[in-house]
Design a protein around this ligand. Structure first.
Ligand code: ZN
Ligand code: ZN
Length: 256
């Protein structure tokens, strides 16, 4: 399983992109920077897109992706609530075409909206995928994704504390986690449904207590203004736990 991080921040600029990553070039997870970081041929390889929730920074490239890839149909997989947000706010037939049915300038529906139920495992393009509810507005979910050769990652999506309630249901070798702010903004993080390094530490301690091991951890959804502070605090957590925890930047590739 090759993971390629396209966007790893919560705010966009020339040097920072919104959250999105690719698995083996064919499965996209969240769509913050799905078109801006990929060539047209790279976009054309994508078979399915998983969305964690309906916040703009995670869904915003879907209309552009559908426009660019109108010669085929791509599945967009998310909870019904996320799909409804997408259909009513972005591909709504007003700000952009709906893409889900044949329009005059399209030869076919280019987006197929496919709802997922939490905790229901399904095969998506050869990967076993399970949505797992997390603590975030708009009924955010994370995804456990297992490749055909048995490699498993868990992506938290945007989440606040409380992951320990789901640790018993998953067994990943890699966790990709939302750490948006440093410890000094812990209250804001809790209120908005995000983690800071000390919250992640608590969740990982609980993971190890329950599961007897700690997976490799990669951090995304960073706030650019606070990045040096987050990175310093994450290093301290990694040292304390004796764990591999690293901050991902745009363009990072990782093989599992
Ligand atoms: Zn969010
Ligand atoms: Zn977000």
């Amino acid at each position: 399983m090759i993971i390629r991080f396209l966007g790893t921040h919560n705010a966009e600029s020339r040097n920072t992109r919104l959250v999105s990553f690719l698995i083996d070039g064919v499965l996209a997870v969240d769509a913050g920077s799905l078109v801006s970081e990929l060539t047209f041929p790279e976009q054309a390889r994508i078979k399915a897109i998983l969305l964690t929730h309906g916040h703009y920074d995670h869904i915003r490239a879907i209309p552009a992706f559908a426009f660019n890839n109108s010669d085929r149909t791509t599945r967009v997989i998310a909870t019904q609530q996320t799909l409804d947000i997408l259909s009513s706010h972005l591909i709504d037939g007003v700000v952009y075409p709906q893409f889900t049915s044949e329009a005059s300038f399209l030869q076919r529906a280019t987006i197929q909206l496919a709802p997922v139920e939490p905790f229901h495992r399904q095969n998506i393009e050869g990967y076993e995928v399970m949505a797992v509810p997390v603590q975030h507005p708009l009924d955010g979910v994370g995804f456990e994704i297992t490749s055909g050769d048995g490699k498993t990652l868990f992506y938290t999506g945007d989440t606040g504390p409380g992951l320990s309630s789901i640790w018993g249901k998953i067994s990943p070798q890699l966790i990709i986690a939302d750490v948006t702010w440093p410890n000094s903004l812990a209250d804001a993080a809790r209120d908005a449904g995000h983690l800071c390094p000390e919250m992640l530490e608590k969740e990982l301690i609980e993971f190890r207590r329950l599961k007897g091991y700690l997976p490799r951890v990669v951090i995304i959804h960073l706030s650019p203004q606070h990045e040096p502070e987050i990175e310093k605090e994450i290093k301290e957590v990694a040292q304390k736990l004796g764990a591999s925890i690293e901050v991902a930047r745009e363009g990072k590739k990782l093989s599992l």
